[in-house]
Design a binder for this molecule. Structure first.
Ligand SMILES: [Zn+2]
Length: 250
């Protein structure tokens, strides 16, 4: 689905910029419209009861988005930066049984996550996963590697990408000079929109993340959810140093 169609009319880019509320529930959607990131005024987005297994990370860049409802889909992971925007205050992901991890940015926001994290065979879902004790969470499909506290040195590709990002981020619009010939398209897209930003220090992460789990049931928020969910908050960090010093409750 490349276009957003409302009342039978295709919305133009100009209209998208003005759009404040969008409800595309119950549409059997497998993915969200690509042009959604153009909806700069969008405050309320409801995509309940579709067949989404991921939401694009560009969604985190919507500056006005206040409420996001994605209940009753097939989500297995959420974008790393979801909740980084201060505007976003309400996130509902109830009844996504594969979903086991919530980005730690969502801590202290209003979340709905009943019916998430049902026990399933790991082999059912072919995604990178991270385990800590008994807990396992799935990571976004675009994450290429997972770092642990023993991986003190970043992979060369990540070092190169971070250097490139910092060297050019002020001139991001000019990144087109790095044509797909000099850089694979997937890496070029990462420079425009990194996997996410370190939940500890905001460093952009482009291929590797260092996850750390905080089971919701072990946080003061547990009382609000009364055991109806088995998800964990996940802090995605940029290095062993941030991994070791991140504290969700501080
Ligand atoms: Zn960091």
């Amino acid at each position: 689905m490349a276009n957003i169609i409302l009342n039978g009319e295709k919305l133009k880019v100009g209209d998208l910029k003005e759009l404040q509320t969008l409800d595309i529930s119950t549409n059997r959607l497998l993915t969200l419209p690509e042009r959604l990131h153009l909806c700069l005024s969008l405050q309320y987005l409801t995509v309940d009861r579709n067949r989404l297994w991921y939401v694009p990370r560009h969604l985190c860049q919507l500056p006005s988005l206040n409420e996001l409802s994605m209940a009753g889909n097939r989500l297995a992971f959420l974008p790393l930066d979801l909740g980084r925007s201060r505007e976003l205050q309400y996130v509902y992901v109830d009844n996504n049984i594969h979903l086991k991890g919530l980005p730690s940015y969502l801590y202290n926001k209003v979340i709905g996550c009943s019916g998430c994290g049902a026990p399933i065979q790991v082999s059912e879902v072919k995604l990178l996963s991270f385990s800590s004790g008994q807990l396992t969470v799935f990571l976004p499909a675009e994450v290429k590697a997972i770092g642990t506290e023993n991986d003190h040195v970043l992979p060369l590709q990540e070092l190169a990408m971070r250097s490139l990002y910092h060297a050019h981020h002020r001139f991001l619009k000019d990144l087109n000079f790095l044509s797909p010939i000099s850089l694979p398209r997937s890496l070029l897209e990462l420079l425009h929109c990194p996997l996410g930003h370190c939940h500890r220090c905001s460093e952009p992460m482009l291929t590797i993340v260092y996850p750390k789990l905080f089971p919701l049931r072990e946080t003061p928020m547990a009382g609000l959810h009364q055991g109806r969910t088995t998800v964990s908050f996940v802090a995605y960090c940029c290095s062993t140093q941030c991994l070791l010093t991140f504290d969700l409750l501080r």
